[in-house]
Ligand binder design. Structure first.
Ligand SMILES: Nc1ncnc2c1ncn2[C@@H]1O[C@H](COP(=O)(O)OP(=O)(O)OP(=O)(O)O)[C@@H](O)[C@H]1O
Length: 234
């Protein structure tokens, strides 16, 4: 069943147009990666879905309901949760307090504190430590856990590997299939094409505000991706 669909989606910052007619669709249970270079419009796309960027009058259908133009909290209640770029934890609160903030107004579902600790065992020993006492990777785990605590139908992750060392990224990305296995669909925005190809059922490539390529990781060649990502001649 289709979980999310946009038709001809556009976004502007004043006179500057950041998205041009984005048609996007994903099914329940899928993990979709949105890839593209700096400034391709990936974050704007996520922000438009979550109501952080205005979408009034556009066509965004989530779980069978039109959500364009709704306030961010109504979209969150409908089952869409975002892990923002830069993590944005409450650094003076403990790990557990940060996670519990995500549970406010939660929907019923599989995500509990214990499920988050099972997903990220590194957090168990840190559960009463403040956000200031965490490594970048652990902060990212809390940010993902906090979003999951609302039991979203769809989790949106904006560049979860940004600013993290490759070794730490290897601790976080394996969580993606486990999240999916609990029935939560996922969109990951990622600049690292290899990482995106490894976790996604399907890829959307954005360039300069447009979708330039979509397909399954197995069906796409490196040349097609390079062309769609950088606009290079094949
Ligand atoms: N607040 C803003 N005001 C004006 N222009 C913006 C704003 N935010 C983003 N843009 C512009 O919109 C375009 C898309 O930016 P966006 O952040 O969505 O791209 P991105 O693919 O997520 O890139 P990155 O990987 O660097 O985050 C860029 O040209 C960017 O400069």
């Amino acid at each position: 069943m289709t979980l999310l669909e946009t038709q001809n989606l556009t976004a502007h910052y004043g006179d500057f147009q950041a998205l041009f007619g984005v048609d996007f669709t994903m099914d329940e249970g899928e993990t979709v990666a949105v890839i593209g270079a700096n400034g391709a419009g990936k974050s704007t796309f996520l922000r438009t879905l979550t109501g952080l960027h205005p979408s009034k009058g556009q066509t965004i259908t989530f779980d069978g309901q039109p959500i364009a133009g709704l306030a961010g909290d109504a979209i969150h209640k409908a089952g869409l949760a975002m892990v923002p770029e830069g993590r944005r934890l409450f650094r003076s609160l403990t790990v557990e307090e940060n996670l519990m903030i995500g549970a406010a107004g939660k929907l019923s579902g599989p995500w509990t504190l214990e499920a988050v600790y099972t997903l990220f065992p590194d957090l168990v020993a840190k559960r009463h430590n403040p956000g200031t006492a965490l490594s970048g990777g652990q902060q990212q785990m809390v940010a993902i856990g906090r979003a999951l605590m609302s039991n979203p139908k769809l989790l949106l992750c904006d560049e979860i590997s940004l600013g993290l060392a490759p070794k730490i990224i290897k601790d976080i990305y394996p969580a993606v299939p486990h999240i999916r296995a609990r029935g939560t669909s996922i969109i990951v925005v990622e600049q690292d094409v290899g990482q995106a190809m490894a976790v996604a059922d399907r890829i959307y490539c954005f360039m300069e505000g447009r979708v330039t390529l979509t397909g399954t990781p197995h069906s796409l060649t490196r040349e097609q991706i390079a062309h769609a990502y950088f606009g290079m001649g094949v």
